[in-house]
Design a protein around this ligand. Sequence first.
Ligand code: 5GP
Ligand code: ZN
Length: 140
Amino acid sequence: MPPVSESCIFCRIAKGELPSIKIYEDDDILAFLDINPVSSGHTLVIPKGHYETLLDIPDALGAKMTPALARIGRAIMTATKADGFNCLQNNFAASGQIVFHSHWHVIPRFDGDGLKQWPHKTNVDAAALQAVAEAIRAAL
Ligand code: 5GP
Ligand code: ZN
């Protein structure tokens, strides 16, 4: 049995204790509309089990996530006539995660919709790039 948290709203949605507008469901995965959408069709895709962040998701479950996200993303583009979509995931409070049951946002995007993404640093020196890459490789 996958883990469940009694106090988690997404676990309660997965169990049917709280309402949601469902988009897709299989044994392991549930997709439903975000209650406060960035754009019409904004969908949340969650594992039914309670895994707080990406770091907690078992590999076999993670392997099922990508095809489900692609299928939902394709359907969202068709249904909303979106020109693209963001598929993003927040991990830990510092990233903006507010519901600690891992989930992917699938957000329809339209040419010129004006939604801003993160600012990029444009003048990082090469040594700093090499240093952070080395630190990450060493931590793998
Ligand atoms: P996070 O910042 O954790 O990645 O995003 C959590 C998302 O869950 C937010 O976009 C928020 O609108 C959505 N959300 C929070 N509570 C509920 C709920 O009870 N039902 C639904 N459908 N979405 C929710
Ligand atoms: Zn949960």
